[in-house]
Design a protein around this ligand. Structure first.
Ligand code: FCB
Length: 443
């Protein structure tokens, strides 16, 4: 597939790809790793679409050198991976398991040896099961445990990780994991999941100080955003849109940027203690933005437990996840963040952007994925438009380097620039890999 040449991006713009620990590492019993909530959840019958688990996943724990070679071949300047908390602290407390940290040290050194900046996420949803047994993120103490863990990681890697990301998508962990029960730990608390938002944010703020005490590298958080597209134009529709925006887009960003919690959906402030909002608003250097699609919203039916109704967005191509492909949504989101937060907004890096398609090797073993090329092309142009509109965007990471274990969808959704045959662990770069290398990273 050919596309018109990519517009230029600013000098020093960071090109990268992202993964996360439980989705690729496997080796769940290696070197003293403790169980996480995702081990428990994946092994519970009926939770995962294809009945699979992350026990082996992409076996990255054993194949990280091959995977770093793929990164080097792609030419990217950064790799965003996550550190599995239960490898560092098998029970979520106490001294670090040095064999677990050794793995990340080997990975980081391998990256640096290939000229790739390590970008480490500390929490990509794999909470140590022992902490869940004590209440997980519903328990305020988990925030303090998280800061302790951040300290242990930074003590070992603080001189080599180039960008820290505290949490990945705390909104998704709250809503899918604790509100609706479709992700680990599988709680269905609906709006009573609010303490999970607050305690994650508190953990983030405490971790920012822990990281700064050990490392001079910049610190970020990766939030998931979904701009609202109204499916009606009544006042009730507009109020529903504002409520959804407050929940999905502002709940985690307003307090991070010093504005406190939005009032719209009536979150229970009962768990917020004096001083917490100051901890949460500790300055960050970069805002990580994960974007997949906008959300269609209209007013809820009378008697609905939610103040909005989510409706499908018609008229767009769709990925294999049935997510609409809306590149303009990314431009609108980036411009909207700038317009909403103004001077409070730090530089943005798009820490996840990508799509799932049913990629299959052809008779010659090649994997051609023109839809992914078109998807990335459109989204990169959207980023460029946002930069032209004056938004300070300094990086873009594709989700994902490899096809991997997609949470409740198991192995049924392929997001990689590199195809993985899970039976043999053979990695095959797709045509999007060559396109990203030649048209984007090294045009
Ligand atoms: C994001 C997650 C990431 C991956 C992509 C498809 O919400 O952060 O782990 O599952 O979606």
């Amino acid at each position: 597939m050919t596309t018109a040449s990519m517009p230029d991006f600013p000098t020093g713009f960071r090109w990268g790809v992202s993964t996360s620990a439980y989705q690729i590492e496997g080796a769940v019993d290696a070197d003293g790793r403790g169980p996480s909530i995702w081990d428990t959840f994946a092994h519970s019958p009926g939770r995962i679409a294809d009945g699979s688990t992350g026990d082996v996943a992409c076996d990255h724990y054993h194949r990280y050198r091959e995977d770093v070679a793929l990164l080097a071949g792609l030419g990217v300047s950064a790799y965003r991976f996550s550190i599995a908390w239960p490898r560092v602290q098998p029970t979520g407390a106490g001294a670090a398991d040095s064999a677990g940290l050794d793995f990340y040290e080997r990975l980081v050194d391998e990256l640096l040896g290939h000229g790739v900046d390590p970008v480490a996420t500390l929490f990509h949803w794999d909470l140590p099961q022992a902490l869940e047994d004590a209440g997980g993120w519903l328990n305020r103490d988990t925030a303090a445990r998280f800061a302790e863990y951040a300290d242990l990681v930074a003590a070992r890697l603080g001189d080599r990780v180039k960008l820290w990301i505290t949490l990945n998508e705390p909104f998704v962990h709250m809503s899918l994991g604790h509100g609706m029960g479709v992700h680990a730990p599988g709680r269905m608390l609906l709006f009573d999941a609010f303490p999970v938002a607050h305690h994650q944010l508190l953990g983030h703020g405490l971790a920012v100080s822990a990281l700064r005490a050990r490392s001079s590298s910049p610190v970020a958080i990766a939030n998931n955003y979904s701009p609202v597209r109204l499916a009606g134009d009544t006042d009730a529709d507009r109020a529903a849109g504002a409520a959804y925006d407050a929940l999905h887009n502002r709940l985690f960003t307003d307090p991070l940027l010093g504005l406190g919690y939005p009032e719209e959906p009536g979150f229970d402030p009962g768990v917020v203690r004096d001083g917490d909002l100051d901890v949460i608003a500790a300055p960050i250097d970069v805002l990580g933005v994960n974007y997949y699609n906008p959300t269609g919203i209209r007013a809820a039916e009378e008697g609905s437990p939610l103040p909005f109704e989510i409706v499908p967005l018609d008229g767009y191509p769709r990925t294999a996840f049935d997510w609409p492909v809306v590149p303009d949504g990314l431009r609108d989101l980036l411009v909207g963040l700038r317009d909403t937060y103004g001077d409070r907004l730090p530089p943005i890096q798009v820490t996840e952007s990508g799509c799932a398609y049913d990629d299959v090797p052809d008779a010659d073993g090649r994997v051609d994925d023109p839809e992914r090329i078109a998807y990335l092309d459109g989204h990169l142009r959207a980023v460029r438009e946002a930069i032209d509109a004056g938004v300070d965007v300094t990086g873009y990471f594709v989700w994902s380097l490899l096809d991997n274990w997609e949470w409740a969808e198991g192995f049924t959704k392929r997001f990689g620039l590199v195809h993985v045959d899970y039976a043999t662990q053979t990695r095959t770069p797709k045509s999007s890999y060559a396109w990203f290398r030649d048209a984007v990273v090294r045009p």
